[in-house]
Design a protein around this ligand. Structure first.
Ligand code: B12
Ligand code: SF4
Ligand code: SF4
Length: 387
């Protein structure tokens, strides 16, 4: 994020800006939920540090590297005192590629890192134009060194659920969170009503048992991590559990009784906000197309989707795993071709997938004889083993 001081200075006004003016400007800026709270994560910081200490972040080294400024927002923007916590409801029907393969709902439309961040920046400009001192605010969404769930809970956007999601009692769990930290002293809103009560549906349904205890997710087991953040191989013991998930996972949200609170749940096609309508990629690409995804088409066509986060190699790897899980013979020619791919990760996951469908497929023996990489050879041997 570039330094705020590089932007042109908007006209200043002298009248002080009251909290209700801030709230109405924020509401008019396109956020479904707006609430005020402290700019720091409070007691959530200790949980975050314990979580890092236990190594639950896996290879997301940026979380550990930024830990100090994440728990102290004044390191990000000196002088901030309050958070304007913001949320957008993105609920809706499942996102599925033609012929199978699922994408987490948050990634089915245009990349929210772009449009939601623009919305936050536009709010900041409107507030500056209304008289909030220029340069006293910083904000964004997701790719920011703040604990967004902590800020949202402390402001009363929603309650912290056993799935670790922030759930709004009025909109449910499908919330994209964003925030604007300010030097203003905004009166904090009350905590959100609601709680999980005795429900444990998400803990019971999580395909990989990644929710190790209420409020605690071990990212290393979470499909959202293994399909998006993890580079290289998906641990073999988690591949079957990946099921149909090409990118991310929504199981802990889908089973949640609060999901029905989303106002967008039933809205499809043109009835959805433009940025949440299914992207052309998810409407036209199949798993087999993604397995063979050429570099040039990845650059040209996946730009502007959140799916790029997984990298080309990761998307192709994930497509192989899902094809293996689907067990469809029709995918065998494409998987056999992928055994000769230049990317060792694609080769090894294609071998695994063929092993799931037909462990005696002749392409495996040919690939084994030609394979230069010891790790991939081991995967091919495993795929050929009788089961
Ligand atoms: C790293 C990360 C992940 C990791 C780790 C997630 C995790 N639960 O630990 C992975 C890749 C697995 C992931 C997955 C998902 N993520 Co994510 N992720 C992040 C990110 C970038 C940082 C979160 C982080 O620091 N996690 C570390 C843990 C310790 O912190 P936490 O998740 O915030 O959990 C809090 C609570 O657990 C709390 N806590 C736990 N126990 C206790 C006990 C007490 C007493 C207290 C006070 C607090 C407390 O402390 C933590 C800090 O508040 C944030 C964006 C951001 N900058 O905050 C998005 C974010 C959390 N992710 C989000 C989403 C949407 C998802 C997915 C649904 C995506 C998907 N469909 O595939 C899944 C959901 C998985 C799940 N059940 O959590 C949204 C959450 C929206 C919401 N309503 O809560 C965020 C806020 C992004 C955004 N801007 O919208 N994510
Ligand atoms: S996103 Fe999927 S794998 Fe991750 S905790 Fe939720 S249900 Fe489990
Ligand atoms: S499924 Fe049940 S336990 Fe899990 S977050 Fe929803 S209400 Fe809470």
């Amino acid at each position: 994020m570039g330094p705020v001081s590089k932007r042109p200075t908007p006209p200043r006004r002298t009248a002080p800006v009251g909290p209700e003016t801030v709230r109405s400007i924020a509401q008019e800026s396109g956020f479904d939920l707006v609430a005020f709270g402290p700019a720091d994560p409070g007691e959530h910081a200790a949980h975050f540090l314990r979580w890092l200490e236990a190594g639950r972040h896996g290879e997301m080294n940026y979380l550990a590297a930024n830990r100090e400024r994440t728990i102290d927002p004044t390191a990000w923007r000196p002088g901030v005192r309050s958070a304007i916590a913001l949320a957008v409801d993105y609920g809706g029907p499942p996102v599925e590629l033609p012929g199978g393969g699922r994408v987490a709902r948050y990634a089915g439309g245009r990349d929210y890192h772009r449009w939601l961040r623009e919305r936050v920046f536009s709010l900041r400009e409107r507030l500056e134009a209304a008289g909030v001192p220029y340069g006293s605010m910083n904000g964004g969404t997701d790719a920011v060194p703040v604990l967004e769930r902590a800020l949202a809970v402390r402001a009363g956007i929603g309650f912290l659920a056993k799935s670790a999601m922030v759930i709004s009692p009025t909109h449910g769990p499908y919330l994209q969170l964003a925030e604007l930290l300010t030097g203003m002293d905004l009166p904090p809103d009350p905590p959100a009503a609601g709680s999980c009560g005795t429900c444990t549906a998400c803990l019971d349904a999580c395909p990989t048992a990644a929710i190790t205890a209420p409020f605690e997710v071990d990212a290393r087991r979470c499909l959202s991590y293994t399909t998006i953040e993890l580079r290289g191989s998906v641990p073999v013991e988690l591949r079957r559990a990946q099921g149909e998930w090409l990118f991310g996972c929504d199981v802990c949200l889908e089973v949640c009784p609060f999901t029905r609170r989303s106002g967008l749940r039933e809205r499809v096609g043109a009835a959805r906000p433009a940025e949440l309508r299914p992207h052309r990629i998810v409407e036209t690409w199949t798993l087999v197309d993604i397995l063979a995804l050429p570099a040039a088409r990845y650059e040209a066509e996946f730009t502007g989707t959140a799916m790029r986060r997984a990298t080309r190699s990761g998307l192709r790897r994930n497509a192989a795993v899902v094809l293996g899980n689907r067990g469809d013979d029709a995918a065998l020619p494409a998987l056999a071709a992928a055994l000769g791919d230049e990317d060792a990760v694609v080769r090894s996951h294609a071998a695994w997938a063929i092993g799931c469908i037909d462990a005696r497929h002749p392409a495996l023996a040919s690939a084994l004889a030609a394979e230069p990489d010891a790790g991939v050879r081991a995967e091919i041997e495993q795929a050929m083993a009788p089961r």
